[in-house]
Write a protein that binds this ligand. Structure first.
Ligand SMILES: [Zn+2]
Length: 359
């Protein structure tokens, strides 16, 4: 039996003459000087109405002739105000289903997410938090790679781990916590160091997306970029520098710029006139320790996890082909687009062609 109902994620209020459907753009509609009957029609669909009774319900609550009632019904369905999707409020993912509905996703998001795999290289302040958000959201599978153990200094920002985990390999503690959070999520662990493009091909070729949040060894970004171009698996980078968070670029090989396409325009390459080979990056502060802050890690993790979920669901992603700089003090977002280079040595003309996943 097909039934239709008012979208459960849309509030309907009439404060005065205007009818508000939804509370904030872009989901919200404001109908100025709305006719009185409209709120009664909408209210009648607060619980599911059988498809064959829908037109009669509109007629009964509006008093409109059949042709106009049908037009109203079609308009409300076309605008997504009336939907065929009824969500059980007691169901585990019901709030997320409602969110993705008002965010513009069509269909059941869980049908997609429970069948997707995400790889995480690095399970520190970003990777561990991204893992927990994705597990809570019901992702099907996580593949997590890290060779570190939990340290006391991690506990300010790696919220998944506890004092009792200190000394335990991060991937083992992560898998245990994810299982406690959501037993339906499969977690494959790689307790090893990312040391080459082959490492990424070996462990992540069957993922739908890889998130890189490790920053050592120095070449991790280039290695993952090479592996991504070889396997066709998209990836994103996430990190932070001083007080700024970084999310992206989300690289889809063959579609967006890859990391090598625009390397000459990145901030790192601006040093020494772009002559990277001849540039000395020796650190002269022998006491240097990168600052790392819980709220900034949480910001970056949330944005990265959101971009990953949106990407998997086919929703627009602002980090696609662009690096987003997140200001942890003023909350601004500054996008840095990457330009695709058709002659790119990694993904352009003459580069190695992608091979099927799993090879
Ligand atoms: Zn490229």
């Amino acid at each position: 039996m097909t039934s239709i109902n008012l979208h459960q994620g849309l509030s309907v209020l009439q404060p005065g003459k205007d009818l508000m459907i939804g509370l904030m753009p872009p989901a919200a509609l404001v109908i100025e000087d709305a006719p009185d009957y409209l709120r009664h029609v909408l209210s009648a669909f607060s619980s599911p109405v059988r498809e064959e009774d829908a037109l009669a319900t509109v007629e009964a609550h509006s008093g409109l002739p059949t042709s106009e009632a049908k037009q109203l019904l079609d308009e409300l369905r076309g605008a997504g105000v009336l939907t065929a999707q009824w969500i059980d409020r007691q169901e585990r993912y019901s709030r997320h289903r409602l969110y993705f509905g008002v965010a513009g996703h069509q269909g059941d998001p869980m049908d997609v997410l429970r069948n997707r795999s995400i790889g995480l290289i690095g399970t520190g302040g970003i990777g561990s938090n991204v893992a927990m958000i994705l597990a809570a959201a019901g992702i099907g599978r996580l593949v997590v790679a890290d060779a570190d153990v939990v340290e006391t200094t991690n506990l300010t920002r790696q919220f998944l781990y506890t004092e009792g985990d200190v000394g335990t390999p991060k991937v083992e503690a992560l898998a245990r916590r994810v299982r406690e959070r959501n037993a339906d999520v499969r977690v494959d662990i790689v307790n090893d160091t990312f040391d080459s493009p082959d490492f990424a091909v070996r462990h992540f070729a069957d993922c739908d997306l890889v998130v890189l949040s490790a920053d050592t060894p120095q070449d991790v970004h280039r290695w993952l970029n090479e592996a991504s171009v070889r396997t066709g698996v998209p990836y994103s980078c996430a990190g932070y520098l001083d007080t700024m968070g970084i999310v992206g670029p989300l690289v889809v090989p063959g579609s967006t710029a890859c990391l090598e396409c625009d390397y000459a325009n990145t901030s790192l390459a601006a040093f020494n006139g772009g002559n990277l080979e001849g540039t000395d990056f020796t650190e002269y502060n022998r006491a240097y320790q990168a600052p790392s802050y819980g709220p900034l890690n949480a910001m970056v993790s949330s944005v990265q996890a959101n971009e990953a979920l949106r990407f998997l669901l086919g929703l627009p992603t602002r980090s696609l082909g662009a690096k987003l700089l997140l200001d942890s003090m003023e909350y601004g977002v500054q996008p840095e687009p990457y330009e695709r280079d058709e002659q790119c040595s990694a993904c352009g003309e003459g580069a190695r062609k992608p091979v099927p996943a799993g090879v």
